[in-house]
Design a protein around this ligand. Sequence first.
Ligand code: NDP
Length: 249
Amino acid sequence: MSTPRPVCLITGASAGIGAACAELAARRGYDLLLTYRRDATGAAAVRAKAEAAGARVVLVQADVAEPADIDRIFATLDADFGRIDALVNNAGAIDTIARLTDMDHARLTRIFAVNVIGAMLVAKAAVQRMEAQGSGGNIVNISSAAARLGSGGQFVDYAATKGAIDTFTKGLSDEVAPNGIRVNAVRPGIIKTDIHGKAGAAERVDELGPMTPMRRSGSAAEVAASVLYLMSDDASYVTGTFLDVTGGR
Ligand code: NDP
């Protein structure tokens, strides 16, 4: 009998880094539960590529800022796959460039709800299942170089959410390490995805990429390769750490 494929949940897989992780994870032998918020067309395209690579794929529309949506993600996971081996906690958002003095309560509440509370609740539900399964597991949180750099004058709110993700990565990794669950973070730098356009600064990639030590922006595929490394047995003694994918920035 063949060994069943491991199951990976990737949030925010309709575009960018999440989509690249889905495509690579499919090629590395995972079945996938992929979530998206609005971009059903993008999600369907990612599903088609992952299926062509041999994965079984289920899509769930979900806003990670809504606890009921997170419950729906995991109800689907339980019903369709009955297990979870890996989580890429990727869904994330950024608001437009602003100084702190121009950020209101609604903006701060929303970005922390998506980038921090959403990610923590998704990880919680994954850990509950991984611990019940008793066979370990892997979580990779998608942080950002902004956690180190602070993003002053641009998005200190976003940077602060990623700082929280780094602290959460360390704390959760200590909490679950005795149960064989590894928790790490990847901190991308300037990566060519649509997130910059969503922040009203599509030109950011071409402006800032050449200013990095490697003199270029990175690709979503380069981030995905690091995520899949951390999930792999090649990283079997790696937990609670941060892998910067920044071209040296
Ligand atoms: P994209 O904007 O290309 O993709 C973001 C993904 O997250 C989409 O699938 C989007 O879904 C989903 N998403 C956004 N908000 C929510 C939400 N509230 N609930 C559920 N899903 C949501 O961004 P990237 O691929 O660039 O970013 C992915 C991660 O990488 C984020 O955590 C980001 O902070 C981080 N990152 C990115 C960097 C970069 O330079 N690109 C640098 C450092 C970190 P949909 O489109 O369907 O609404």
